[in-house]
Design a protein around this ligand. Sequence first.
Ligand SMILES: [Zn+2]
Length: 237
Amino acid sequence: MKQIIPGLWDIDEIGDAVHCYLWEWDGGVTLIDTGMPSHARTILDALMHNNYPLHTVTRVIVTHSDLDHAGGLAKIRRATGASVVCHAVEKELLEHPNRRLLGSALLRASMTLLSPLPAFHQTPVIPQELVVDGDTLPEGFTVIHTPGHTPGHIALLHREKRLLIAGDALANRGGKLQGPASLFTPDGKNAQRSIWKLAKKYGDDYETIVFGHGPAILSNGGKRVKALASQVFAAEI
Ligand SMILES: [Zn+2]
C-alpha cells in the first residue's frame, strides 16, 4: 500500500488501472471502493499483510456502483462484515448492476454478453447506509453528489485534510485532468455540471485529489479543477 497523505493509503497491490483507498480514522478503517471482482482477494491479502485485521474494516464507501469500483464489494463485505455506504440514488444499481446505463447502446450490449463471465460478474449488494449531498460522515468526509457518470456518483471532501476523493467524477489519465470517459458516462451534461460544482462550490477546500483512474494530484488540486471547469464551459459557449 502506498501512503498518499497521513491517513490515506492507495491499495496499489491491485495495480494502477483502477484505484481504491484505505482511510484510517478514530473509528477504525474505511475502504473507499473495492476494484474489480478479481481484486477482492488481493485487497484482503494486502490488508492482512499491512496489519489491518479484517474485522478492523468497519465501513466501505462506494463512490459508485461500476464493476471496477464495486466489483470486489460482495466478497470484501462478506470477509470483513463492514457496512456498505453509498448514495441513496446509487442503491438501485448496487442491487441491480445490470440496470447500469452506458454512453452507447453497443457497449451496453457487450457488457450484457460479458456479465456472466467471472471477471465481469458483479454480485448484487444491498447497502446498509444511504447518504445524500452535504451529509457529513463519521470519517470526517462531506458527501458531494456528483451525478453524470452514474446517477448516484459521489465524491468525498475532507476539509481538514484538504483532500478530495473524486471517484470517477474526474480522472487524471496519463496525468491529464479531465472528466469521466464519455463511453461510460450516459449523462455527459450532468457530469459537466458535477465538475463545475467541484470547482465552484468546493474548489477552495482541497489541495490533494485522488482518482479512480490516474495518479493523485498532491498540490493545487482545487485550482486545477477550477481551470478544467472553465475549459469545459468555454467549449460549450
Ligand atoms: Zn472507474
